[in-house]
Unconditional design. Structure first.
Length: 640
């Protein structure tokens, strides 16, 4: 069995029910899978036979090359050896006429003729439906004492019949890439099909070779049926050659086989899967397995498409459904105007007392049967999963992402999902893997979370609760500042403002004041902020923008107009009048009556304005620190 003894493989089959004028292929295999992966692990390949010494066929990088061959150097390659697993892939079975296959092969070693008269075969056509004992059109390899290689062809696959194999001369070298083409001609009647082979033909789609190797004699043994050619098999027999193989093509004609523009036909029944599932079905004695599914569509049908399980003694191990609820042993899809739209088909394994279970489905259209899907499963203990562990929440906006560790031990059926539940509020979310996001939470509320694992039997106990997590709204830009006001100066304005009441959930890191006109700016971390470089006599308004870690607010409403002027200069200290400070009172002398006296603080903010009297002027002012006293253009300073 595959991967923990379980496998669910969907083998793709195409029923070609219409002809096309374009060059088409029946199958193309360039092994475009991950290097190092098992070929049998791919959804379109399955076992013919698995020996005790398995010798798994794996994907290797760098396809073989052959000048002019359409698939030369495309994709990857595989390596075959003696006494290993045998694999097959199916294609639309050919029931009349000819079918051609070509591939590139590079032989590393081969059985010696003196030890194995006929060598052993590495590949051939297989039936569809698949009979795992039958290969038709076998390609043999052996070598002589001088290490020259000969390739052989045999039609049938039962009995020894070695005398009927036709070999080429010993003229091919080890470690050299060769192009092999096999043609299988299906004839009406008994055991009279004809199989031929050519090695290293000229690659010309317009000219088919005239000389082919043909098996000796009538080759009478080996059953034939209309499904005899419907798959391609790889063989690792006890005496098989060790070789690399790549670039398989199969077509109905030589011209299509060698046409580099040919594509795989997409007419007829198309079967695709939601994923290349290899997890396997797992049922218990009382519970059916979890549901798996594939998708199918079809064109050019002349009758219903019936999907029916091939059973022994009327024992159905699996069942199907088109709605995922109502399951039956077989289902029928009825086409409209010959077409079945893309349809999801659900499959599950029935409850069973013992296993494993291995069944095949036939896809039947009228009298045409295509075996296209294999289901394999096992029977496991009828128990629920262990509890998940290590639940950890990561906060978001009204949501928390909960990560957890899947149960270490799960002796029952595979886990089909997990459910995370909050406390308080009991809000739940489900998923198939960690993490799972729980939404609809309340920002600012502290939550813990538990996780439950589910399989077809039931639910585990809840995990231990996570630590508390508090979801929060994400920070935004702050609101705009308000109450913007300017105080005049010489070529500058001191702009005061009120910080916004809403900072967006993040501390304000600064403010930017911008003048209009001119667009001059100044920055600071609090009010007021002085904008310099202005033009005296020009009226300005000012706006203020607040900034936090997220971004900037909208601009505030503009201030009233303010006009800077030289007459308001505060930095030209003049001693023509006297200023003194006595007990919190300003005493100003040496000035004429009727003048305007203004007092400013060190930031340029005007504190008071009075009209002078002759002699000494006493001014009470509620301010401390450096003060600037100005009368016209006369300026003095004092510390109060």
């Amino acid at each position: 069995m595959k991967k923990n003894g379980l496998k669910f493989a969907l083998v793709i089959a195409l029923a070609v029910l219409s002809l096309t004028a374009n060059a088409t292929l029946i199958l193309k295999e360039n092994f475009n899978y991950a290097v190092g992966d098992s070929l049998c692990g791919q959804p379109s390949w399955d076992w013919m036979m698995v020996p005790a010494a398995r010798n798994t066929i794996t994907i290797q990088s760098n396809a073989l090359t052959y000048t002019g061959y359409p698939e030369s150097g495309t994709g990857n390659k595989i390596s075959l050896a003696a006494s290993g697993e045998d694999l097959y892939t199916i294609f639309p079975k050919v029931t009349s006429g000819g079918v051609y296959t070509s591939f590139l092969v590079n032989v590393k070693s081969a059985p010696l003729e003196s030890a194995s008269a006929y060598g052993d075969y590495i590949c051939g056509f297989v039936p569809n439906p698949v009979d795992k004992t039958i290969y038709h059109g076998r390609v043999y390899i052996k070598r002589d004492a001088s290490n020259k290689v000969a390739f052989g062809i045999l039609r049938n696959s039962t009995g020894t019949n070695g005398a009927n194999i036709t070999f080429s001369p010993y003229q091919y070298d080890l470690n050299t890439t060769y192009l092999i083409v096999v043609k299988y001609q299906i004839n009406t009647g008994g055991t009279n099909d004809v199989c031929t082979m050519v090695v290293n033909p000229i690659v010309d789609k317009n000219t088919e070779p005239t000389t082919w190797l043909t098996p000796i004699g009538t080759d009478p043994t080996g059953a034939e049926s209309i499904g005899m050619v419907g798959g391609f098999g790889l063989r690792q027999g006890s005496s098989a050659a060790t070789c690399d193989l790549s670039s398989i093509r199969i077509a109905n004609s030589w011209s299509d086989l060698m046409d580099e523009t040919a594509v795989v036909s997409t007419s007829g029944i198309q079967i695709t899967t939601d994923d290349a599932s290899q997890i396997g079905f797992q049922a218990t004695a009382t519970k059916a397995s979890a549901i798996q599914k594939f998708k199918i569509s079809a064109t050019d049908l002349v009758a219903d498409l019936v999907i029916t399980e091939v059973v022994n003694s009327s024992l159905y191990n699996f069942e199907m459904s088109t709605d995922g609820v109502n399951f039956t042993n077989n289902i029928t899809l009825t086409p409209t105007a010959g077409t079945i739209p893309l349809t999801t088909v659900y499959v599950r394994m029935k409850a069973a007392a013992s296993g494993p279970k291995n069944n095949v489905y036939n896809f039947v259209v009228g009298a045409t049967t295509i075996r296209s899907m294999k289901c394999t499963g096992s029977v496991v203990s009828d128990i629920v999963p262990d509890a998940p562990t290590a639940a950890v929440g990561t906060k978001g906006n009204a949501q928390v992402s909960v990560a957890f560790t899947a149960p270490v031990s799960n002796a029952g059926p595979i886990i089909t999902g997990y459910t995370v539940t909050s406390l308080p509020e009991g809000i739940a979310a489900s998923g198939t893997a960690s993490p799972i996001v729980v939404t609809g939470l309340t920002n600012g509320t502290a939550y813990t979370f538990t996780v439950v694992a589910t399989n077809v039997v039931g639910n585990s106990v809840a995990s231990s609760a996570s630590a508390e997590v508090i979801p929060v709204a994400p920070a935004t830009a702050p609101n705009a500042p308000t109450a913007v006001e300017g105080t005049v100066g010489d070529t500058q304005i001191s702009v005061a403002f009120t910080a916004p009441a809403i900072n967006g959930g993040s501390a304000i890191t600064g403010y930017t004041v911008t003048s209009s006109p001119g667009g001059l700016t100044a920055t600071g971390t609090e009010s007021p902020i002085v904008v310099t470089g202005l033009t005296n006599g020009t009226a300005y308004t000012f706006t203020v923008v607040a900034t936090n870690i997220v971004g900037s607010s909208l601009a505030s409403a503009p201030s009233a107009e303010v006009t800077p002027s030289e007459a308001t200069a505060l930095n030209e200290i003049n001693a023509n009048f006297k200023v003194a400070s006595i007990n919190g009172t300003l005493k100003v002398s040496g000035v004429s009556a009727g003048q305007t006296l203004e007092v400013y603080n060190s930031l340029g903010l005007r504190l008071i304005s009075v009209i002078t009297v002759a002699g000494e002027n006493k001014i009470n002012i509620n301010s401390k620190g450096l003060l600037i006293v100005k009368i016209g253009k006369l300026v003095n300073k004092v510390v109060l």
